[in-house]
Design a protein around this ligand. Sequence first.
Ligand code: UD1
Length: 421
Amino acid sequence: MDSILVTGNGPLNGQIPIAGAKNACLTLMPATLLSDEPLTLTNAPRLSDIKTMTLLLQSLGAEVSSLQDGQVLAMSSHDLTSHTADYDIVRKMRASNLVLGPMLARLGQAVVSLPGGCAIGARPMDLHIEALEALGAEIELRDGYLHAKAPGGLKGAVHEMRFASVGATENIVMAATLAKGTTVLKNAAREPEIVDLVECLRKMGAQIAGEGTSTIEIQGVDRLHGATHQVVTDRIELGTYMLAPAICGGEVELLGGRLDLVGAFVEKLDAAAIDVTETDKGLKVKRRNGRVSAVDVTTEPFPGFPTDLQAQMMALLCTAEGTSVLEEKIFENRFMHAPELTRMGAQIDVHGGTATVTGVERLKGAPVMATDLRASVSLILAGLAAEGETVVSRVYHLDRGYEQVVRKFEGVGAKIERIKE
Ligand code: UD1
């Protein structure tokens, strides 16, 4: 298993290009299943999760070609040959469950393995199931698989979700595009990736209103057609790299960065004495003074502070002046980076969903282990600001969500290398 060696090397300066959003691409790809005409995505990120989704779609009979060095995905679901999403693929990536809604809508049946727990929490599928049942689906759990069918087709309905789940919103919106009549989804998630999905579905002929608000209305249509769509900027990759100059000093411009994607995050950076300014090409970030200030953070559904930036924010606050309290409200077990950061000299107390971080002057390099995708990049950020060398092992997590991570950090002057095994 490869690892990454990071050596603390002072301020970072320059530009970092931000890729298309992993999480948007992972929901846009299954949208191909809704139509027998081609769907082409541009600005796709080059990541192992995208390869996993490619394999899953291919296993269902879809054609997926990766063009222009992986940045264009040309897909066609003209002839689907299977309606089963196998455990071997689903267990690798929870987002595989996003084929459930589209398959049910197009084929009237779908068999999808339950994803099982993952490192950051249990992550059940009950909200997806309840919403699809409201549209008339019959769903049974047998042998670890969800067996879903809608023999007479799905029918529009009014449904309020108990929690604004991102994946459930995406599944229901996709399913409802081909249902008979109107679906009103209340307490829908408002994430930019959902807005991006709706924009793509609209290009395919779907009738949808209210995306980006908590009520989404979908008027079912008989069929969807082909389209070409550009994947929205990755706000989590953006926020991650915005933290590089915040942690190490210097000034970095994030190419393609957009303030509207990271509003709540930028508010916290401002409170921590980090300046973010808009430029012609994106966003520029630098520290206001010498040391950053402590700030309290609570993760929430969009437009709140994203759970996917909590680990990286913790890395910053480890060297802030004062004590910060981080509350994780989305996942029950998402502080596994805390003991690793502690190995580097951080002072962190975790109690349930709350971590109290008392800033220290400087972290010290250490061997650490990545436990999940966002945790792994938080350890790299911490290593960049630490004294000496940090070796982050198990970097396969990183490959799921960050393309060319070594090259991007090197481009702004970081000392970082991948050690192959
Ligand atoms: C998506 C993102 C992930 C991000 C998360 C929250 C993708 C591919 N992944 O994941 O990076 O961290 O949103 O912003 O877009 N839940 C249930 N029952 C359900 C569904 C969810 O209890 O049926 C719970 C989960 O266990 C979790 C919370 O709801 O505690 C949030 O999950 P959800 O919004 O569904 O996240 P994902 O779509 O899985």
